[in-house]
Design a protein around this ligand. Structure first.
Ligand code: GLC
Length: 412
């Protein structure tokens, strides 16, 4: 394949993903039992033999994935990604590669199968997270300096991935994580590994964490656009920890999540928002409450979020009363600081044809002079009661352009 046809093939494969915009990340594993972050084994230097005992103590409740998938769908998410194996090395699926798995230990079930079934029931696309770094496998560290250990470890990793891509039907995303300790794609055999994934799962999307760029970038804990032309997905914790951690109480508000979504849509990227279920699989109430609000808001304002958006950075600028998302000639002004009965936006160079509230569709009167647009007859208080973010839909004659001179730039 030439580079151009590769790009064309990728553009087609990735279209659903870019339009979907919003996904659920689920971090669940033995670390959930300890409730002290998914890195607890490493950070507390827990010996393998001691940590392994968790595998015989873990008794998840019945089919929690159903609750996750329902929550994701009602929150307006279109796909979900599960940690099939995190750095701790415990495999949540029925694998022949190791006994250290959910079927042969206390859970006694294939937790990946349940996740896949639940996603399908709710119409969500399916992603598998899989950590290359492995603190449990005897060759997971030795592979760096011992060639036969490296061979064994790669065979193990590739065997795991082969099962995940063979036994669960169609998988939409393969989400590698932490390519440590080997130095580069060659040492990881990433081309061969990802080639196998694509052969087993034509159409799958692969992230950029196997030391190859593949289909999309993965900024972490920060929603920022990758270089133009490259797809990206920001992964974000809800409360500062990926794994279940009851002491992590600084939850993002529903409003914060909507800001993340706006930044993602405004940069043509995605948001993968995480939950860390408790050991029984239940989702913390804080996440449930906030996601319910996000879902309700999206049911009214989703048009400003989903679908093929354009990057705003070449078109529009932030102003103190709001921010933008954009689709061709239609711009969506997300007013998060309501101005009162009149909203003035400076610097718009393109004639406006129509303005309306995205929620409800009522038209808004406006006047546009040289470079000032004034919308009037607005209510005193922000009409959005869910998150105080009201989206005003503005249909322009051409793709809009806004130029604000020096000294007027508002940093987001
Ligand atoms: C980092 C962390 C890991 C987490 C991942 C999510 O790589 O090591 O714990 O799963 O980010 O992106």
């Amino acid at each position: 394949m030439t580079d151009a046809s590769k790009q064309c093939d990728r553009d087609q494969r990735i279209e659903w993903f870019v339009k979907a915009r919003f996904g659920l990340f689920v971090h669940w594993g033995l670390y959930s039992l300890l409730g002290r972050h998914e890195w607890v084994m490493n950070r507390e230097r827990i010996p393998v033999e001691e940590y392994e005992k968790l595998a015989d103590a873990w008794r998840p409740g019945p089919f929690p994935a159903r609750e996750w998938a329902k929550l994701a769908r009602s929150a307006g998410m279109k796909y979900a990604v599960l940690t099939t194996k995190h750095h701790e090395g415990f495999c949540l699926w029925d694998t022949e590669m190791t006994d250290y798995n959910a079927v042969r230990h206390a859970p006694g079930r294939d937790l990946v199968r349940e996740f896949v079934d639940a996603c399908r029931e709710e119409g969500l696309r399916i992603g598998f997270y899989h950590s290359l770094m492995d603190w449990h496998h005897p060759d997971g560290v030795a592979c760096l300096n011992d060639e036969s250990a490296r061979r064994r470890f790669l065979d193990y990793i590739q065997g795991c991935i082969r099962e995940l891509c063979t036994n669960y039907g169609k998988i939409d995303i393969f989400w590698h994580d932490v390519a440590w300790p080997l130095p580069d794609a060659e040492a990881w055999e990433s081309e061969k590994m990802n080639g196998m994934i694509r052969e087993l799962q034509p159409g799958i999307l692969i992230n950029n964490r196997s030391k190859l760029p593949e289909d999309f970038g993965t900024p972490e804990e920060s929603v920022r656009a990758a270089e133009p032309g490259r797809a990206w997905e920001a992964c974000m914790t809800f409360n500062g920890s990926w794994g279940y951690m009851p002491s992590a109480i600084d939850w993002h508000s529903a409003r914060d999540v909507l800001h993340m979504l706006r930044k993602a849509a405004g940069g043509r990227g995605n948001l993968l928002l995480n939950i860390g279920p408790a050991p029984d699989g239940s989702i913390p109430d804080e996440a449930i409450e906030r996601l319910a609000t996000v879902g309700e808001w999206l049911s009214k304002n989703g048009e400003a979020v989903y679908g093929l958006t354009d990057r705003i950075d070449e078109h529009l600028q932030n102003v103190p009363t709001g921010r933008w998302t954009l689709k061709g000639r239609t711009a969506y002004f997300w007013s998060h600081r309501w101005p009162g009965t009149e909203l003035t936006i400076g610097g718009l160079q393109t004639p406006l044809k129509r303005a309306s509230y995205l929620d409800g569709g009522d038209e808004i009167e406006f006047e546009q002079t040289d470079d000032r647009l004034v919308l009037n007859g607005l209510p005193e208080a922000c009409p959005d009661e869910l998150a105080s973010i009201c989206v005003l839909k503005m249909e322009f004659e051409d793709p809009p352009r806004q130029v604000l001179g020096r000294g007027c730039v508002v940093i987001d």
